[in-house]
Design a protein around this ligand. Sequence first.
Ligand code: APR
Length: 237
Amino acid sequence: MDILNKNIFILTGAGISKESGINTFREKDGLWDNYKIEEVCTVEGFKKNPDYVNKFYNERKKILECPKIIPNHGHKSLASFENKCSGEFLLVTQNIDNLHEKAGSKKILHMHGTLDFAFCMFCKIRLKFDFNLSSKYKCPNCGNVGNVRVDVVWFGEQPKFLDKIYKYLEMTDIFISIGTSNNVYPAAGFIDFIMQTDRKVKMYEFNIEKTNKSYLFDEVFIGPASKTIPKFVESLS
Ligand code: APR
């Protein structure tokens, strides 16, 4: 099947950024081995101890700004895949890093937000996250102190762009899942959503090991994304 003229939907998770030096969440020594989700990734956790949460995101932002944290061949080959495609193309990422952008991908939706932005919970203004988050920080727009938080979707909050995502899923011909453990919904349910439609969709999964949804995919490519994705994209030209 000539994939390049089909409608492509790509979902990425933390696994695609692992080889760039960014920790995943649920692998051994992952982020959730060292932090409690409810303390750093919920509104309640923020209200209880805002500066513990602010510090968590200030640190993740700092890591992302290290010169050695750069896109790997997995990110780069997705950017060239997008350029080769003549059909519709959408890259939905659960990641809050900016490595897809740095690799040259354009049609990206960050369904869990990104470390590029913060917002004021009082006046809702969106701010470039280029300052230190703190409970003492004064919103430059409304002057409110202590209400500015990172623009990342926390557990219990509605992910971003879901309308657009489901519209795309309804017209997808090829669904590609890369580097996600399928632990968090709604992203983990995108494949189930597709299977409910009467469309014949080809489904590929890329991971370093089988996941709980591997049985639903037509083809599963086991290996590091920096190797398996370039090989797959090269095979399409
Ligand atoms: N290449 C491909 N896959 C990899 C690689 C690699 N080099 N390294 C790890 N993986 C796989 C792991 O096998 C695992 O299945 O990446 C996946 C990472 O899983 P998680 O740590 O659960 O990350 P993710 O699926 O993105 O989590 C989803 O959970 O905590 C929330 O908001 C957070 O967006 C995140 C969401």
